[in-house]
Design a protein around this ligand. Structure first.
Ligand code: DHB
Ligand code: FE
Length: 285
């Protein structure tokens, strides 16, 4: 039986990927950012999953205003790194797990979440930057990745509650897959940031840290927070944080099991225009 053993949460700032690609991680501005992931890289080596279910948002790269799926599950065998304007990042091809994806599609759709299924798409910084900060710069990614896109770019976006309940459905799906697989679920994006308009540059340390506290201690309650609170407190792009609730909803404690162990927590400003937030929670099965 497949099991969700841990969840990882991280910002997906494009400039962080560029700093790695250009060898700038030890520069004074970037060093404190990457230091926050040193523990995580070791932890991931010791707790290597077979598959990562990676919740992220496409930023007008694979999708555009022509097509706006709310929830889209990657069902393909491979996904190339996207060209976001400067050529594709020099990172490995992402390899999927079509059998587990097909099973998740069957289970989650029959559980009343109507997913879009994607067999072919390039993956942008929303997916590749989390892989880079967690894995470094390997020749090949050390596990299979199932990309799961959430529309947090064009309103209306899904509610925190819908995302949390979807996470619970994803847990039921993974745990009913016959093969013995170690699966992690990652939630990406955030924390506070606003990239445009009069409030561009907004950062809210206090709110971000309260969000981390609540995500750990009472995510069901946190999932009731309305969008307007995310946007007002964490900026227009801070609403990416609803994706973290998908990963959190897939953990044991909110599905009748034991509370997770907080293995790592990190928060740092500045990094590009965004507050870096990062958390690793391990399930106690
Ligand atoms: C930045 C952060 C993001 O999450 C993103 O998708 C694009 C840009 C930034 O900090 O610049
Ligand atoms: Fe983003």
């Amino acid at each position: 039986m497949a099991r969700i053993t841990a969840s990882v949460y991280t910002s997906h700032i494009p400039a962080v990927g560029v700093a790695m690609d250009l060898g700038k991680t030890q520069e004074p501005y970037w060093q404190p950012v990457f230091e926050g992931y040193e523990y995580s890289k070791e932890w991931l080596k010791e707790n290597k999953p077979d598959v990562v279910f990676l919740v992220y948002n496409d930023h007008g790269t694979a999708f555009s205003l022509e097509m706006i799926p709310t929830f889209a599950l990657g069902t393909g065998a491979e996904y190339p790194p996207a060209d976001e304007g400067w050529g594709p990042r020099p990172v490995p091809m992402v390899h999927g797990h079509p059998e587990l994806s097909a099973h998740i599609a069957q289970s989650v759709i029959q559980d009343d979440f109507d997913l879009t299924l994607i067999n072919e798409m390039p993956v942008d910084h929303g997916l590749t930057v989390p892989l880079s900060v967690m894995c470094g710069q390997p020749e090949a990614w050390p596990f299979k990745v199932i990309p799961f896109h959430v529309n947090v770019v064009q309103y209306p976006v899904p509610s925190g509650k819908r995302c949390f309940e979807l996470g619970q459905a994803i847990r039921r799906a993974v745990e009913s897959f016959d093969e013995d697989l170690n699966v992690q679920i990652w939630g990406t994006g955030g924390m506070s940031h606003q990239l445009q308009g009069a409030r561009a540059g907004l950062i809210n340390r206090e709110w971000d840290n309260a969000f981390l506290d609540r995500l750990i201690a009472d995510p069901a309650d946190l999932s009731n927070m309305p969008h307007i609170d995310y946007v007002r407190e964490a900026g227009s792009e801070g609403v990416e944080l609803v994706m973290w609730l998908i990963a959190r909803g897939a953990m044991a404690d909110v599905n009748g099991g034991a509370a997770p162990t907080v293995k790592h927590r990190f928060y740092h400003v500045p990094a590009s225009n965004t507050a870096v937030g990062h958390l690793i929670l391990e399930n106690n099965i």
